[in-house]
Ligand binder design. Structure first.
Ligand SMILES: [Zn+2]
Ligand SMILES: [Zn+2]
Length: 294
């Protein structure tokens, strides 16, 4: 019942408007319903995720200019520097958009997570500052968020999630723009060409099963390789092993690299997963975390 309950919580008229405004969100909610029907044990998690998706992705993303000229970005990629770190100016964060999404997430989560109430209070009182947390997250210093959260009596994991989800829509919009100016073949790294993070998921896309890597921080997608570890570059196929749950091998697999012990989930897709679709895929593949390699 989880996701269906959450979808009913949205007023009927806003639900129809919202389908027009965000077809990818609506499609992701339908996928969640399907996932729940196929795997009832995920009902509670799917219901929570539906609440999160609606709170984080319903509002349209404002127009935000890129922080550097295209020529400079292309030069950075050529030199192996991720786009968000190119040039002198830091990546601009749209504060109002981040605050609004963090607020609606905390508000929506109150019903399902007791830790959300202190977070909402701290946000409303201005004690928790999502802008500062965003800067730390983008600089790769999430431990600063943890310390801040602890001082305010907020669950650090929840604070990190709020920043990630609150930022995702605007970072994803950046990634979409960047994808239009990134020359094909210029980025061969296993890390994200935009934020520099490690891939969160791999897609085995289309009939050709081409491999693409996806970033969980900025939703970027970039071409990967089936026989290459994105974490350490290992290309010896005998050292890149697959595991899967019986009966699911065509849909979800887990690869592990013997060289660096890096693990990456692979999901079969027809085309690129949408931003909310990426989070649904994370839930659908979460059980692979429990697979042990010897
Ligand atoms: Zn990224
Ligand atoms: Zn590796």
């Amino acid at each position: 019942m989880g996701a269906r309950v959450a979808r009913r919580d949205v007023e009927p008229e806003s639900r129809s408007r919202f389908a027009d405004a965000s077809p990818t969100l609506d499609a992701a909610l339908v996928d969640l319903d399907r996932l729940m029907a196929a795997r009832p044990e995920l009902s509670a998690a799917a219901g929570s995720l539906a609440t999160v998706l609606i709170a984080a992705f319903r509002a349209p993303v404002p127009e935000i200019a890129l922080h550097a000229e295209p020529e400079l970005l292309v030069e950075a990629w050529r030199a192996g520097v991720p786009a968000f770190h190119a040039g002198e100016a830091p990546l601009g964060v749209h504060s109002d958009d981040l605050r609004a999404r963090a607020g609606s997430l905390a508000e929506a989560l109150r019903a399902i997570n007791p830790g959300a109430a202190p977070l909402l209070k701290a946000l409303q009182k201005g004690q928790a500052n999502p802008d500062t947390w965003a800067v730390e997250a983008l600089a790769g210093r999430p431990e600063v968020i943890d310390a801040d959260a602890c001082n305010l009596g907020i669950d650090p994991a929840l604070a990190r999630s709020i920043v990630r989800l609150g930022l995702l829509p605007q970072l994803s919009a950046h990634s979409e723009k960047l994808a239009t100016i990134r020359p094909s073949g210029i980025w061969s790294g296993g890390n994200c060409p935009n934020c520099g993070g490690a891939p969160t998921l791999a897609e085995s896309r289309g009939l050709e099963q081409r491999r693409y890597w996806r970033c969980g921080v900025c939703a970027a997608d970039w071409p990967g390789e089936r026989v290459r570890c994105p974490f350490c570059g290992e290309t010896d196929h005998s050292r890149l092993r697959y595991r899967f749950v019986e009966g699911e091998q065509d849909r979800y697999r887990l690869t592990v690299c013997d060289a660096c012990r890096g693990r990456l989930k692979v999901t079969s897709t027809l085309g690129p997963l949408s931003l909310p679709g990426l989070l649904v895929a994370e839930l659908a593949t979460a059980h692979l975390d429990g697979i042990h390699f010897v």
